[in-house]
Design a protein around this ligand. Structure first.
Ligand code: 3SL
Length: 237
């Protein structure tokens, strides 16, 4: 029976085996939610990169849109920051364009997970798509939480619990790892009001101070994009 494990921070990745597993990389606030929204809004493919300079270089090389964020703020010289509404508000046409994106934690976590057999991007927005994909693979799943600068983040871990709960219903073993048990407990604790529960988190306070609280509401919509599955292929999603 395949299992689910959860890595609370990319800094802990050296302790985990990626080979043979499906890595589900999550940065609920906001990188993976934004990537899912970008693809749902007609972006053709996404180049997630760790460094801002590389992101700009890709923009020039491929003529694609660029999105850059550091410490929650849009980086200077990029078309977009890290708000999912950048792909939804129509200010910048995105349909049919490719996107290069670099964020503080999320794109780092993705790049550090590439040794897995398959790497997919998870968010509450596409929870069902990720669960269905994992079921087709029948391999152990490792949820890689982007966290914040190497530290634990509540919202990414709660997502891990939500995914473990869906995968338990599909026959996955979710009892073999204390990390998964803890995430499941947090997910249960967050019911019935996920929004109220996550209001306590440090990242929500950070976003509120940046006046990005509507992003928070949006990123908690479960299964908004049920069929969007960003999956790593060669050098892109
Ligand atoms: O760290 C990241 O990758 C970002 O998602 C952080 S923020 O939501 O833009 O603050």
């Amino acid at each position: 029976m395949p299992s689910v494990d959860i890595c609370f921070s990319p800094e802990l990745l050296p302790l985990y085996k990626l080979e043979g597993r499906v890595a589900v990389v999550v940065d609920i606030l906001r990188a993976t939610s934004s990537i899912v929204t970008a693809l749902a809004s007609g972006v053709t493919h996404v180049f997630p990169v760790a460094e801002l300079a590389e992101c700009q270089a890709l923009g020039r090389q491929h003529g694609c849109l660029t999105a850059g964020e550091r410490d929650g703020r849009p980086a200077a010289g990029f078309d977009l920051g890290n708000s999912p509404f950048g792909y939804l508000d129509g200010e910048l046409p995105v349909r049919g364009r490719a996107l290069a994106i670099s964020t503080t934690n999320g794109t780092h976590a993705l790049r550090r997970s590439l040794a897995a057999d398959a790497v997919v991007v998870g968010a509450f927005l596409n929870l069902e798509a990720v669960a269905a994909f994992a079921e087709t693979q029948q391999k152990d799943v490792l949820v890689v939480c982007a966290g914040w600068k190497g530290q634990f983040c509540l919202e990414d871990t709660v997502f891990g619990g939500a995914l473990a709960s869906r995968l338990a219903q599909r026959g996955f073993d979710v009892a073999g790892s204390d990390a998964t048990l803890a995430a499941l407990h947090l997910w249960q604790q967050a019911q019935p009001d996920l929004h109220a529960y996550l209001l306590q988190s440090s990242h929500v306070r950070r976003l509120n101070s940046l006046e990005a609280n509507k992003d928070f509401d949006f990123c908690l919509r479960i299964d908004e994009y049920r069929s969007v599955l960003p999956i790593w292929q060669e050098d892109r999603l």
